[in-house]
Design a protein around this ligand. Structure first.
Ligand SMILES: *[C@@H]1O[C@H](CO)[C@@H](O)[C@H](O)[C@H]1NC(C)=O
Ligand SMILES: *[C@@H]1O[C@H](CO)[C@@H](O)[C@H](O)[C@H]1NC(C)=O
Ligand SMILES: *[C@@H]1O[C@H](CO)[C@@H](O)[C@H](O)[C@H]1NC(C)=O
Ligand SMILES: *[C@@H]1O[C@H](CO)[C@@H](O)[C@H](O)[C@H]1NC(C)=O
Ligand SMILES: *[C@@H]1O[C@H](CO)[C@@H](O)[C@H](O)[C@H]1NC(C)=O
Length: 817
């Protein structure tokens, strides 16, 4: 028998006493002079607000680096809403926050130097954390409730919490901490009041500065803002409305939901978002975003680089260029050919040629332009003859086009729906395709999810111009080493100012080309469809007719039934949906709202819906197409959930709503309609869809529970569709040998078996006769299974799209059918 020595017993009791006291003592909400907390104690909060909504103390900000911050106590990942030292993290040893006897709150680093201080002083001061999230140093002895000497609300970092005001001279700035994913810049974005009283977002980088929100293509007033109110106050209120004195009014999608904890944050990708805390998981959900298109922020990729979205943000070098620093896109790309020399004798057309980059634009840095109805050849000639012209942008529209000559290539983005191309000026001897093909053989594409983050991949956006395959090669190898020459051209601020001299007629041209979304009259649509003659299909939300617009464009016109709300609500909803732009989503060209007539005008997609190809007895969809459809659908949904307007939940994902183009690219139809359908008036809560959508067999189990619906319902439905693509039949029709319908739990059990053994063959559609890629099939089953989990364990559509992309081998086995 072991006998405890009294000494040990004493130690143990002392230890347990210590443990108990530190665990049970709640953090105070007010402290007097002489209090401090060392970073080694970072598990403890320094202060907690009286109702415990907010805490403040040390937060881990990287490897052994800490910041002194305030956060929502209930957030699973303590996301800082304010930080004392956003740009100078302190060491995880020896650092300390102290409320000194002289009345100053100070953060000291490992070697004792003061990293940050409140610069307050006085006897008898106290520091408190209020329920609003405001950290306040006040003098309780001076009259009333005490005089405020300093408050964190006056020094916002990258976030506003409800009731915290952004005013003249305060700004929100992204912090300098680099994300692990160095493909994107994560600093230099500002939200601030400009000199004309307008609230703007600006990119301020090492070599350029550029305003990108509100949309600079339009003026202040077309963006719904005003310059007349000089009070310059913006505030997010408790119900989820963000109001700015320049007339900006935005509402979180969970507007009015009582007690929701929100924050407005400028994120490292330059977008401004409102987040709401999900109390069940402690995670954050985006309930508003300033920019529908992720690549709209400026400065995301450096010079000579293009931002693409596939399925998340990514930078690519323009043809013939490579990254300057493989780990930092802010450095941009440099040409792999000798720099053209302007002072040579030979005429320019014998020295230069142009390389097309489709659906792409670079914002700013125009050295010349031709306002209206210029021809392509003339635009090309202008660029050829101007030494400083590095590329030209040409956007055709009726009777001509708009021509911009670009001096530098910054703020580039590609969007499949952008109706214009960039033409790069390169030396005539530069043979991009030859170079790429030779380089190509040295770098294989592998199904490796752990591969390097910075992949010079083929953007799927360029698949739109499939016949122009050369560019795929180019993009795949733009980053290959082999520098021929390095150029350095100092940025000239002159170009920035020259942008402002563009005449308004030209701006109108921009608007005409970019604003393809329009409102139709009922008469127009009646004519276009020949009085609703040819029916294409019908579903829960209405009947679809074929129509032809006056310019011969074939469209699909949907007559909506069961639409809630008045004209104004419909209009507001449509302008949101109309901005949604992704290659895997059916494009909406416009709408009509006249009294009871509510119609939508869609792009016409030729090749019917997925169910006809998958379940039809007269045909078999080849494996390659199935995988591409799975990937496209995942990307489209990921875009809806995560990037475009993150509260767009489809709510009715099924093969009938996945349309196919002639090339078998997936286009999701019917998104954005969930919010339009009738709901109980009193609730006023858009996420609480009382009117159930969805289709039996594809509906997530939580539809039956009375819980708020989130994007995970789409993930579930997608999982079912994915499995159907593997099996070639409806999951809900599966029966046992005895003819009994299988429960979902039984199906999941079977799938687990398949994943465990890796034997996917028995599950795969027999009509394929073994012509499929087993690795991809197994991955699809694995993903499908994870999508059927409880909703908190389901992956996001972004995760799904990434996993499928990692296994995409379209270029690996070109001959595979
Ligand atoms: C203390 O550390 C900081 C960096 O953490 C450094 O910049 C500063 O020079 C150091 N001061 C002294 C006195 O060593
Ligand atoms: C200016 O904006 C403030 C804050 O939004 C508002 O209270 C005020 O009424 C506005 N003034 C005018 C003249 O519209
Ligand atoms: C917390 O952060 C980790 C790592 O970034 C992430 O995987 C996890 O999903 C986050 N948790 C919540 C609830 O957001
Ligand atoms: C450009 O060409 C001129 C004349 O051929 C030559 O003198 C000059 O050095 C060249 N400049 C560069 C930068 O190559
Ligand atoms: C603009 O283009 C038109 C048509 O090519 C041409 O006639 C006109 O001279 C151009 N204007 C300028 C300023 O270059």
């Amino acid at each position: 028998m072991l006998r405890k020595s009294p000494r040990l017993a004493f130690l143990i009791s002392l230890l347990s006493l210590l443990l108990r006291s530190s665990a049970s003592a709640p953090a105070p909400h007010t402290l007097g002079a002489g209090s401090s907390l060392s970073v080694e104690d970072h598990a403890r909060a320094f202060l907690v607000s009286p109702d415990a909504t907010f805490s403040c103390g040390f937060l881990e900000a990287g490897n052994n680096a800490f910041s002194f911050s305030i956060w929502y106590t209930d957030a699973a990942n303590k996301t800082a809403v304010w930080t004392a030292n956003p740009d100078a993290a302190v060491n995880g040893r020896g650092s300390r926050i102290s409320f000194r006897h002289d009345g100053g709150l100070a953060l000291s680093g490992a070697n004792g130097t003061t990293v940050w201080e409140s610069k307050t002083s006085g006897a008898g001061l106290s520091v408190s954390l209020l329920d609003s999230g405001n950290l306040v140093i006040s003098d309780p002895s001076s009259g009333g409730g005490g005089r405020t000497m300093w408050q964190s609300f006056d020094w916002p970092t990258d976030t506003l919490v409800p009731s915290q005001r952004l005013i003249k001279d305060t700004t929100l700035v992204t912090s300098q901490r680099l994300t692990k994913d160095t493909t994107l810049v994560s600093r230099y974005f500002y939200l601030y009041y400009d000199n004309d009283n307008v609230l703007r977002l600006r990119y301020d980088g090492p070599d350029i500065s550029s305003i990108y929100w509100p949309d600079p293509y339009y003026g202040v007033f077309p963006n719904g803002r005003t310059t007349y109110n000089s009070s310059r106050i913006a505030v997010l209120d408790d119900t989820g409305v963000f109001l700015s004195s320049d007339n900006l009014r935005v509402v979180a999608s969970d507007l009015g939901h009582p007690g929701v904890k929100r924050r407005l944050t400028i994120d490292p990708d330059g977008n401004l978002r409102i987040y709401s805390l999900d109390p069940s998981t402690g995670g954050w959900t985006v309930t508003w975003a300033a920019m529908a298109q992720a690549c709209s922020a400026h400065g995301l990729c450096g010079r000579n680089a293009i931002c693409v979205y596939q399925p998340s943000l990514r930078c690519l070098c323009v043809p013939g260029h490579e990254m300057v620093d493989r780990h930092d896109w802010r450095q941009g790309c440099r040409p792999m050919y000798s720099v053209p020399n302007c002072s040579q004798e030979a005429p320019p057309e014998q020295r230069f040629k142009f390389v097309e980059v489709p659906h792409t634009d670079f914002y700013g840095y125009d050295v010349g332009y031709n306002a209206s109805s210029d021809t392509f050849e003339h635009c090309k000639k202008l660029c050829l003859e101007m030494c400083s012209c590095a590329a030209f942008s040409y956007r055709p529209f009726e009777g001509g086009g708009v021509c911009y000559l670009k001096g530098f290539l910054y703020n580039g983005y590609t969007s499949p729906n952008f109706n214009g191309n960039i033409y790069l000026k390169v030396p005539i001897g530069f043979d991009a395709s030859a170079q790429s093909v030779s380089a190509r053989s040295s770098e294989g594409l592998a199904c490796n999810p752990d591969g390097p983050e910075i992949v010079q991949g083929t953007p799927d956006t360029f698949r739109a111009s499939r016949n122009n395959a050369k560019w795929s090669y180019l993009f795949a190898f733009a980053g290959v080493l082999g520098v021929l020459d390095i150029i350095f051209i100092a940025t000239s601020w002159w170009f920035l100012s020259s942008k402002q001299s563009i005449p308004s007629s030209l701006e109108a041209g921009y608007r005409m080309v970019t604003g393809q979304f329009r409102r139709f009259t009922y008469r127009e649509l009646k004519d276009a469809t020949g009085n609703f003659k040819e029916e294409l299909g019908r579903g829960g939300s209405g009947v679809v007719y074929r129509g032809v617009l006056d310019k011969g464009k074939v469209v699909a016109v949907k007559k909506l039934t069961n639409v809630a709300g008045g004209d104004e609500e419909f209009w507001a909803e449509m302008t949101l949906i109309g901005r949604i732009n992704h290659i895997n989503l059916v494009r909406i060209w416009g709408f009509c709202s006249q009294g009871k007539h509510k119609l939508l005008v869609y792009e016409y997609v030729e090749n019917e819906s997925l169910d006809r190809h998958l379940f039809g007895t007269d045909r078999t969809l080849p494996w390659r197409e199935r995988y591409r459809i799975a990937l496209g659908t995942a990307r489209g949904l990921a875009y809806l959930h995560h990037e475009c307007l993150e509260w767009v939940i489809h709510c009715d994902v099924k093969p009938e709503n996945i349309l196919l183009t002639r090339e078998f690219d997936a286009k999701i139809a019917d998104f954005g309609l969930a919010k339009l359908s009738k709901r109980d008036g009193a609730a006023g809560d858009s996420m609480q869809l009382s009117h159930m959508r969805g289709t039996t067999g594809y509906m997530a189990p939580e539809w039956a529970l009375n819980v708020p619906i989130n994007a995970k319902v789409d993930v579930y439905s997608y999982g079912i569709v994915l499995l159907e693509m593997v099996m070639g039949c409806r999951v809900c029709d599966q029966t046992t040998a005895g003819g009994e319908r299988l429960e979902m739990s039984q199906i999941a059990q079977a799938l687990r078996q398949v994943v465990a053994t890796g034997n996917v063959v028995p599950l795969v559609d027999g009509r394929l006769q073994g012509q499929f890629n087993p690795r991809q099939a197994l991955e699809m089953v694995r993903i499908s299974l994870s999508c059927m989990e409880d909703r908190s364990n389901r992956p996001t559509m972004d995760d799904v799209a990434k996993a499928l992309t990692a296994c995409d081998d379209e270029d690996e086995h070109p001959a595979y059918r």
